[in-house]
Design a binder for this molecule. Structure first.
Ligand SMILES: [Zn+2]
Length: 387
């Protein structure tokens, strides 16, 4: 299991949570081609590059696979998907905005692209990390040492939307996730970076197509399937929504696991599903046993902007390696936030797939672990043996 990047699905409405979201993808009409057949031709060429795993095309486009929710670079060694499940994007940010997660096997985000899209990617990163601040063109211009006018033009040429619209879409995505988690509206808005602005609230209502509270009520009765299994760290529960894995926990008994799940998702309809989740159980066990598998594990994550930033970074820490809380804080651009990083690790719901066990104390100590330090130690040892 290598691809468990954080899911960024933008659900069109509470009642029809789809994955990934073709509407959002459609906003990025490729190359501004006015005639659809031109696009088809280009897509055919891209598809050929995918079939050939042609590395020359790495960085020029990525492809999303709707059956897994994962996007890859053309040369990805993974099994080829069926053509009808494939969608093409110029840059990773487009794929993510359409609800796809980066494949951890081929790491499409680190493919070297043409310099123009690189610059835009950096702007996207910056926006994602500053959702809780008003992001103006002027401040972006200063940050990236360009005229605001040119910055916006370049951004829009590539992504089809302005930086402000991009920030809006990131906030909205987070808000939906937080509302679906059953958080109250004020909390969910705040965590998504909206602050307390009533103007933003109104705009949000129109973007959601309903008031946030109504959205929340429709979303919280989501169905969660779960299964329990033996693991090297004791009993394990894996729970999933229709969008992906939403919890992996460890405990000494199934009763304890179920109690925990209920606490975590009090509004959800929980249903035992041993058969349906078997392959994910296998993938997680394989990784725990020190074998870095290649199965993609879709994740459904509800988080604050900060948690998301930390958790996404954790997924880039290589198998078997560790980083200190301080290093993680620095890596996400908030060098003074090590304690907040530790808190984000401690509140991770998805053990192993979001590898919070790879974050340790700066002085060489193992540091805490939500499921017990002993389990953290065992997990790290298994990974290091597997290398
Ligand atoms: Zn891949």
């Amino acid at each position: 299991m290598t691809s468990n990047a954080i899911l960024a699905t933008e659900a069109p409405s509470a009642m029809s949570i789809r994955h990934p979201n073709p509407d959002a993808a459609a906003e990025f009409a490729d190359d501004n081609a006015p005639h659809p057949s031109t696009d088809v031709l280009k897509d055919d060429r891209r598809w050929n590059a995918v079939i050939a795993r042609n590395p020359v095309y790495d960085g020029q486009f990525v492809f999303g696979v709707s059956s897994t929710g994962i996007y890859c670079r053309p040369s990805c060694p993974a099994r080829r998907p069926r053509r009808e499940n494939v969608q093409f994007f110029l840059i990773p940010e487009q794929a993510e905005r359409a609800g796809y997660r980066a494949c951890l096997r081929c790491k499409p985000k680190s493919a070297i692209a043409h310099p123009q899209s690189d610059g835009v990617k950096q702007i996207c990163r910056y926006i994602e990390q500053h959702l809780d601040e008003p992001i103006t063109l002027d401040c972006l211009g200063k940050e990236f040492k360009q005229s605001p006018f040119h910055l916006q033009r370049r951004f829009k040429a590539l992504l089809g939307i302005t930086p402000r619209e991009y920030a809006d879409s990131c906030r909205l995505r987070l808000l939906k996730r937080n509302l679906q988690a059953g958080n109250n509206v004020t909390r969910a808005m705040y965590d998504a970076g909206y602050g307390s602005s009533s103007r933003l609230y109104e705009r949000t209502a129109s973007q959601l197509g309903m008031t946030p509270d109504k959205y929340r009520r429709g979303a919280i009765a989501a169905a969660i399937r779960y299964t329990c299994a033996d693991s090297p760290l004791g009993r394990m529960i894996i729970a999933a929504t229709e969008r992906g894995v939403c919890a992996i926990h460890f405990a000494s008994s199934d009763g304890e696991l179920l109690e925990g799940l209920k606490r975590e998702f009090p509004f959800a309809v929980r249903k035992l599903d041993n058969g349906g989740l078997q392959s994910w159980v296998g993938a997680v066990l394989q990784q725990m046993h020190g074998r870095e598998g290649d199965l993609s594990l879709p994740l459904d994550i509800r988080a604050t902007a900060f948690q998301r930033r930390v958790w996404t970074h954790l997924q880039s820490i290589p198998f078997g390696a560790t980083q200190s809380y301080g290093e993680v804080a620095k890596a996400i651009g908030q060098p003074r936030a090590s304690r907040a990083v530790a808190r984000a690790c401690a509140t991770n719901r998805i053990a192993v797939a979001i590898p919070c066990h790879r974050v340790v104390r700066g002085d060489g100590g193992k540091g805490g672990y939500r499921w017990g330090t002993e389990r953290k130690k065992a997990l790290l040892e298994m990974e290091q043996r597997g290398l």
